[in-house]
Design a protein. Structure first.
Length: 204
């Protein structure tokens, strides 16, 4: 059974979903985004014998799997790098603006005009850098989502065949108002993904 359509619903921003765009120019030091709490793991129960339907929580799989954590770290590192670069440019702009304000009365028209042109040019650089950073982050997110999908789809197919399932739903996006928690195979998916990635199981 094809499951790529369901996987496509996953937005692999993980703990950075509130920071999907690169930061807008700011005068001060950019603050990293506040991490979003991952959905609580359900209490483990045996999968019901003879069940033909199961569900997963794709966002939880992305948050808790080794692959997902690596992707989160890569996105956050890129965001922080670009934020630092933008902050440096904003500091340069502030310095120029402050000089213009403090020395307006003593600067010649030529000198003041040159500082104004420098400030305007730097402002344009900041705007372009912000747009480039947004585009770069989005492209990385899309790349990582595609890579994650390639690894996740065969795992879902394997578990579907092993459990003789007819359907595997993405619970939060399937319109479920109630389901037996034992039908949630997210833990199985995370463990299978981590095994294929060579990740060490968590110590309990």
């Amino acid at each position: 059974m094809r499951v790529s359509a369901a996987i496509g619903l996953l937005i692999l921003t993980l703990s950075t979903s509130a920071y999907a765009q690169a930061p807008a120019p700011a005068a001060g030091t950019a603050k990293p985004p506040a991490p979003q709490a991952a959905p609580a793991a359900p209490v483990a129960r045996a999968f019901p014998d003879g069940a033909k339907v199961a569900f997963v929580v794709l966002q939880r799989i992305a948050n808790e799997s080794a692959d997902g954590k690596v992707a989160t770290a890569r996105i956050q590192a890129l965001q922080q790098k670009r934020a630092t670069e933008l902050n440096e440019k904003n500091k340069q702009l502030q310095t120029l603006q402050q000089r213009l304000e403090k020395e307006a009365s003593i600067l010649s028209a030529t000198a003041a005009g040159e500082l104004q042109r420098q400030a305007q040019g730097l402002q344009r650089d900041i705007e372009r850098a912000t747009q480039d950073a947004q585009q770069e982050v989005q492209e990385l997110q899309q790349q990582l989502q595609q890579e994650f999908q390639v690894r996740l789809e065969p795992v879902l197919q394997e578990l579907g065949r092993e459990k003789n399932l007819h359907f595997i739903f993405n619970g939060p996006d399937a319109g479920l108002v109630w389901a037996d928690i034992a039908l949630d195979i997210s833990d199985d998916v995370i463990k299978r993904l981590d095994t294929k990635a060579g990740a060490k199981p968590p110590v309990k």
